[in-house]
Design a protein around this ligand. Structure first.
Ligand code: F6P
Length: 377
């Protein structure tokens, strides 16, 4: 098989703990295979903006000691889609979306890159796939997101870290909730999937877990709180996913997004739940959003290892095959999944999955129960 000489790697979309471990593993594996590796700064900006330092030569020294660090040494952006690239046009005050994909592909080839390792979530993989169709020679995607919502891979790195941080926060909130006999509503990220809320809610011993996949009713949660009260438990913890919504209601949105970003910024549901529960339970309620705390800092050991394996596997697929696609894990095997599958939608929590069943068996409320269920208990 023909050996490639020069490859590039970038990180796009929201960051996730483990990105630096991917960069380290991919770089070391590529160098071991005789390749030169370059990092593109801030998604594709390093190729399009012609700023000094837009491309970083990744050698052994550059990736030394970064495996345990959070963030990404390459930087990342949410508004950097080359097909709608924010571009200054003379005479216009606002940046305009311009299709710069052809320019990007030409620059990539001129620089002698033969493949791109694109580390990002489903949005970034969609862009990478489009760029491949537009002429990038080869692309290996590496899926990343704390949300764990990427189809084709059982898990993404960043998820375990986010769940661990959320669980620790819920543990801490328990003691203060109990001291004050309060209801504490904790909002966690996850976009339209409830994985983080479900796993951290179960691990942290939440009394109610509200996820986008199961529309909830306030009456059911209030009944659960009343049931606890009757049992002498004067406090409660409600974990709510940012994308969860009451039955017949709508998702709480902070910012609708724009032509550059594409997706909305979610947030604010915990405050709504706080208000509604205060009204219905007569208890003191408080809400907190864990937000970007779940993305900051270094990866857990699990995420670090997964990220290192994904990074090395990306290079293995480049050297051992002629295919493009996205690295994915199934059991203990790392496969190359097609871009079509990975970008076909969102991996939601199945409402009848084992974790939901376990939580229900333990009496955790999902907000879809009939209130009588709790009053009768
Ligand atoms: O996809 C990762 C994620 O953290 C989501 O959980 C969240 O909805 C979104 O990114 C937040 O994006 P931003 O950091 O741009 O506000």
């Amino acid at each position: 098989m023909r050996k490639m000489r020069k490859i590039a790697i970038n990180t796009g979309g929201g960051d996730a703990p483990g990105l630096n471990a991917v960069i380290r593993a991919a770089t070391l594996a590529a160098i071991e295979n005789g390749f030169e590796v370059w990092g593109i700064r801030h998604g594709y900006r390093g190729l399009l903006d012609h700023e000094p330092g837009g491309l970083v030569h990744l050698d052994r020294d550059r990736v030394r000691g970064i495996g345990h660090l959070g963030g990404t040494i390459l930087g990342t952006v949410n508004r950097g889609d080359p097909f709608h690239y924010p571009t200054r046009i003379e005479g216009q005050t606002e940046l305009q979306p311009v299709d710069r994909s052809a320019e990007l592909v030409a620059r990539f080839k001129e620089l002698g890159f033969e493949a791109l390792i694109a580390v990002g979530g489903d949005g970034s993989q969609k862009i990478a796939h489009r760029l491949m169709k537009a002429g990038l020679p080869r692309v290996i995607g590496v899926p990343k997101t704390i949300d764990n919502d990427v189809i084709g891979t059982e898990v993404t790195f960043g998820f375990d870290t986010a769940v661990s941080i959320a669980t620790e926060a819920i543990d801490r909130l328990h003691t203060t909730a109990e001291s004050h006999d309060r209801v504490l509503v904790v909002e966690v990220m996850g976009r339209h999937a409830g994985w983080i809320a479900l796993r951290s809610g179960l691990a942290g011993g939440a009394d109610a877990i509200l996820i986008p996949e199961i529309p909830f009713r306030y009456e059911a949660i209030a009944a659960k709180i009343a049931q606890r009260e009757a049992r002498g438990r004067k406090f409660a913890i409600v974990v709510v996913a940012e994308g969860a919504a009451p039955a017949g209601g709508s998702i709480a949105v902070k910012d609708k997004g724009d032509v550059f970003r594409g997706t909305a910024v979610l947030g604010g549901i915990a405050q709504q739940v706080e208000k509604e529960l205060a009204r219905r339970t007569n208890k003191e309620c408080r809400s907190i959003s864990l937000g970007h705390l779940l993305r900051g800092g270094g990866p857990t050991t699990f995420d670090r290892q997964l990220a290192l394996r994904f990074g090395a596997a990306a290079v293995r697929f480049l050297t051992d095959t002629t295919d493009s696609g996205v690295v994915a894990i199934s059991g203990d095997t790392i496969n190359l999944c097609s871009f079509e599958i990975v970008t076909s939608g969102t991996k939601f929590v199945p409402a009848d999955c084992d974790t939901v069943k376990t939580a229900r068996l333990m009496g955790i409320c999902f907000g879809d129960e009939r209130p009588e269920h709790y009053f009768a208990a």
